[in-house]
Write a protein that binds this ligand. Structure first.
Ligand code: AHR
Length: 501
C-alpha cells in the first residue's frame, strides 16, 4: 500500500462548475438516433417515437447539453431534408459513414426530444459542402419568431415559437483530410468568420464555436488554432478540441490510465495559442475551449469500420464499443481534467450518447442498459456543484511509456457555498498498488456524507444487458476525523467523497 496526500481549501478556487461541462453528442451515425433515442415501435415509445427507457437513462446520466447532428455527418448534411412531412422526406447517401439517411429525425424532432430530456440543444452547421447561406437559413428557421420564409415554414411545421438555440458549432473537424469539404486553416478561418459575422446579424447573442484540431496529434495542431483564430477572432467565442483515448494492442494499461495527462496538455496548449493570438491583437477577449468530442474509442477495432461498396444501410451497427472498468476510470479522470480547467473549458461533450461509443446501449426492440462509463459521468454530473477547487497533491509516481512518470493519484474538488458540500473526485491510476490517501480539508468538513468507489478485481470486466453487477459501491474505508479524511483507493479505481459542513 502506498500513501498520498491532498490539501483542499475553499480558497483554491478555479472557476464556477459549468453545467455545460456535462454535455453529450448525438450524431446521425450508426444506431445513435435510429433504434437509439428514436424507435417508434419500441414497447416504451412515447409520442414522437422516442424510447422512454433511453430518456430515463439520459436523465439519470445528468446530461445538460447535446451537440447535434454531427460529427463527420454534418459536413454533407442538408438540414432542409429533415423538416416537413416525414413520409415526403428524401433518403440521402451519408458519405461520412457510408450509410443511408432516411431523415425521419431532423431539427424539429431533435429540439422536441431535447425538451423531453431537459437538455440544451447545440447545433452544428455544415461548412463542408455548404456555406454562409445555408447557415443563415437554418438559423432563420430555428431562431426567428415569424414573418420570414424559414420562420413561417417552422410555424407551418408545428412550432409557433422560435427555438432560440444559442450554442452553434461552425462546422466539424475541418482540419481532418477525412472530412467532406476539408479545408486549409486559412480557408476554414475565412468561412467560419464570415458565417459567424452573418449569423450574428440575425441573432447577436449566439455563442459560436470555431473548429480547432481533431486531435493533439494532428500535424497541423497549433498552427491550425493560430490561423483560425487570427481570421475569426472577433466572431467566435470558443474553439473546439477533440480527443479519443484507448488502450493500445500492446496492453499498455499504465499509459492508457494516464490519458488525462494528454488532455491537460491539450487544453493548456490551445489556451496558450489563443492567448498568444489575443496578445498580438492587444485584445482582452478570452476565447474558451469547447471540448466537444471526448471519450474512450477503440478506433482500430472492426466495429468502427463503415460499410462499403453498394451497401448503404440505414442505421448500421457502427462504433459500438463495449467498455470495461479501466475505460470508466479513464472517463472519470478525463472529467477531472475538464473540471480543473473550468476557467478555460466553457463547454464539453462526451461523444456520444447512445450506442455509438456511448454510456448507454440499446437492443432494437429490447433493453436499454448502462455501460461502465455511465457511472463516473452520472455521479460527477450530479454532485459537482458550486466552485471548482484546485487541490494540492502529493502522490507516489507511476511510470508510463507515453507520458513518463505521472502521479498515481489525480483529483479535483468542488465546493458549494449554498449547501456547504465539498466533493472530492479522485482516481488511483496505479495498476499495482492500493493508495491510502489523507485529505486535509481546510474549513468546513464536519461530516462524511458519502464515499463511493468504482473498481473491480478485473479491470477488464464489462457490463452487458444481462450483467450490471459491478456498480459504484460504498467505500467503507473512508473516515473523517478532525477535518482529516482518510480513504483507501483500490488500484485502477475512481472514487467520489462528499463532505458536509
Ligand atoms: O464521434 C465519432 C466521430 O469522431 C465524429 O463524427 C467525428 O467528428 C470524429 O472524428
Amino acid at each position: 500500500m502506498c500513501a498520498a496526500r491532498l490539501v483542499i481549501d475553499p480558497a483554491f478556487r478555479v472557476a464556477p462548475v459549468r453545467r455545460r461541462t456535462f454535455g453529450c453528442f448525438v450524431e446521425h451515425l450508426g444506431r445513435c438516433v435510429y433504434t437509439g433515442i428514436h424507435e417508434p415501435d419500441h414497447d416504451t415509445a412515447l409520442e414522437g417515437g422516442w424510447r422512454g427507457d433511453v430518456l430515463e437513462l439520459v436523465r439519470e446520466l445528468g446530461v445538460t447539453v447535446i451537440r447535434y447532428p454531427g460529427g463527420n455527418f454534418v459536413s454533407g448534411y442538408r438540414w432542409e431534408d429533415g423538416i416537413g412531412q416525414v413520409d415526403e422526406r428524401p433518403s440521402r447517401l451519408d458519405l461520412a459513414w457510408h450509410s443511408m439517411e432516411p431523415n425521419t429525425v431532423g431539427v424539429d424532432e431533435f429540439v422536441a426530444w431535447c425538451r423531453l430530456a431537459d437538455v440544451e440543444p447545440e447545433m452544428a452547421i455544415n461548412l463542408g459542402t455548404r456555406g454562409v447561406q445555408e447557415a443563415l437559413d437554418i438559423l432563420e428557421y430555428t431562431n426567428v419568431p415569424s414573418g420570414s420564409h424559414f420562420a413561417e415554414l417552422r410555424r407551418t411545421n408545428g412550432a409557433d415559437d422560435p427555438y432560440r438555440i444559442k450554442l452553434w458549432c461552425l462546422g466539424n473537424e475541418m482540419d481532418g483530410p477525412w472530412q467532406i469539404g476539408h479545408k486549409t486553416a486559412e480557408e476554414y478561418g475565412r468561412i467560419a468568420a464570415e458565417a459567424g459575422r452573418a449569423m450574428r446579424m440575425i441573432d447577436p447573442d449566439l455563442e459560436l464555436v470555431a473548429c480547432g484540431s481533431s486531435s493533439r496529434a494532428m500535424p497541423t495542431f497549433g498552427e491550425w488554432e493560430r490561423i483560425v483564430l487570427e481570421e475569426s477572432w472577433d466572431q467566435v467565442d470558443m474553439i473546439s478540441a477533440h480527443a479519443y483515448y484507448y488502450e493500445d494492442e500492446s496492453g499498455d494499461l499504465a499509459s492508457f490510465l494516464a490519458s488525462a495527462e494528454d488532455m491537460d496538455r491539450f487544453i493548456d496548449s490551445v489556451a496558450a495559442t489563443a492567448d498568444a493570438v489575443g496578445a498580438a491583437r492587444k485584445s482582452d477577449k478570452v476565447i474558451g475551449i469547447s471540448f466537444d468530442e471526448w471519450n474512450v474509442w477503440y478506433q482500430q477495432r472492426a466495429e468502427s469500420r463503415p460499410p462499403s461498396g453498394d451497401d448503404w444501410p440505414v442505421a448500421p451497427v457502427l462504433l459500438e464499443d463495449t467498455y470495461n472498468v479501466a475505460d470508466a476510470v479513464v472517463v472519470g479522470n478525463l472529467l477531472i481534467s475538464l473540471l480543473r480547467h473550468s476557467d478555460r473549458v466553457f463547454s464539453a461533450n462526451l461523444a456520444q450518447l447512445v450506442n455509438v461509443i456511448a454510456p448507454i446501449m440499446t437492443a432494437p426492440g429490447g433493453a436499454a442498459w448502462k455501460q461502465t462509463t455511465f457511472h463516473p459521468f452520472a455521479l460527477t454530473a450530479a454532485h459537482a456543484k458550486g466552485e471548482v477547487l484546485r487541490v494540492a497533491l502529493d502522490s507516489p509516481m507511476v511510470s508510463t511509456a507515453k507520458f513518463g512518470e505521472v502521479p498515481a493519484l489525480d483529483a479535483v474538488a468542488t465546493h458549494d457555498d449554498e449547501s456547504g458540500e465539498t466533493v472530492v473526485f479522485v482516481v488511483n491510476r496505479s495498476t499495482a498498488d492500493e493508495l491510502e490517501v489523507e485529505v486535509a480539508v481546510r474549513e468546513g468538513a464536519g461530516t462524511l456524507v458519502e464515499a463511493v468507489t468504482y473498481s473491480h478485481d478485473d479491470p477488464y470486466w464489462q457490463a452487458s444487458a444481462d450483467d450490471q453487477s459491478v456498480a459504484p459501491e460504498a467505500n467503507e474505508s473512508a473516515k473523517l476525523d478532525d477535518g482529516v479524511l482518510t480513504v483507501t483507493l483500490p488500484k485502477v479505481s475512481w472514487t467520489m467523497v462528499r463532505l458536509g459542513r
